[in-house]
Design a protein around this ligand. Structure first.
Ligand code: FE2
Length: 210
């Protein structure tokens, strides 16, 4: 550790943030400590996560050029103007079920399940390959992230790319018929609640079908 050149005080915060993004820490207690020679650094998990929370968990959405260059930030209001619902919810089951129930009632979603992708998921690359080409579905794509992270690129009303990074606690609704694509990040981990009107509607229609 001492040879890495990384300040242990910075490293301990980064470790806490990393565990949080993986969904391994809820921010409700516990702690973490690092030993560097004779020195021991301790961070209460809650304090660390609160400190990192506003930076780590703020929605990260930007315009994206067709050549992949990121532009100005996009707010949740701009996403809403473009038909994309974005909300932050607690990942505590008791806390997220009431707002989830409201969303289900408002939009007519009657099925709820959970899906997880992890580095050890069989055929992970094949599964991910189905999402990376631009496509749409006959019903809304609803994802509430409980663990890990991912990236949605979603077409705006005027067919520009909106690049939306989602992480733990993010709920996103990509409307039916709207072209989009999805990528895992380097974590290769995401676990989400999915909502459907009809699970059979979640079939990808590719924009550039060969
Ligand atoms: Fe999709």
């Amino acid at each position: 550790m001492g040879e890495s050149g990384t300040d242990p005080r910075q490293l301990i915060v980064e470790l806490c943030a990393h565990m949080y993004r993986l969904g391994w820490a809820s921010g409700t207690g516990g702690g973490i400590s690092l030993r560097d020679g004779q020195r021991v650094f301790m961070a209460p998990m809650l304090a660390t996560l609160i400190a990192g929370d506003t930076e780590e968990r703020r929605m990260k959405a930007t315009w994206l050029s067709d050549s992949g260059e990121r532009g100005d930030e996009i707010t949740a209001d701009v996403l809403a103007d473009n038909g994309v619902l974005y909300q932050r919810l607690s990942t505590d089951v008791a806390a997220y079920q009431p707002p989830m129930a409201r969303i289900k009632a408002e939009h007519g979603y009657i099925h709820q399940d959970e899906v997880a992708l992890r580095p050890g998921t069989p055929d992970l690359d094949l599964i991910c390959a189905k999402f990376v080409d631009e496509h749409h579905h006959d019903e809304d794509e609803v994802r509430f992230v409980l663990e890990g992270e991912g990236v949605f690129d979603i077409r705006s009303n005027d067919d520009r790319w909106m690049h939306v990074e989602v992480g733990v606690g993010d709920l996103i609704v990509v409307p039916a018929g709207r072209h989009h694509r999805f990528f895992l990040t380097g974590l290769k981990t995401i676990r989400c609640v999915r909502l459907f009107k009809d699970p059979s509607g979640w079939v990808a229609h590719y924009r550039h079908a060969s």
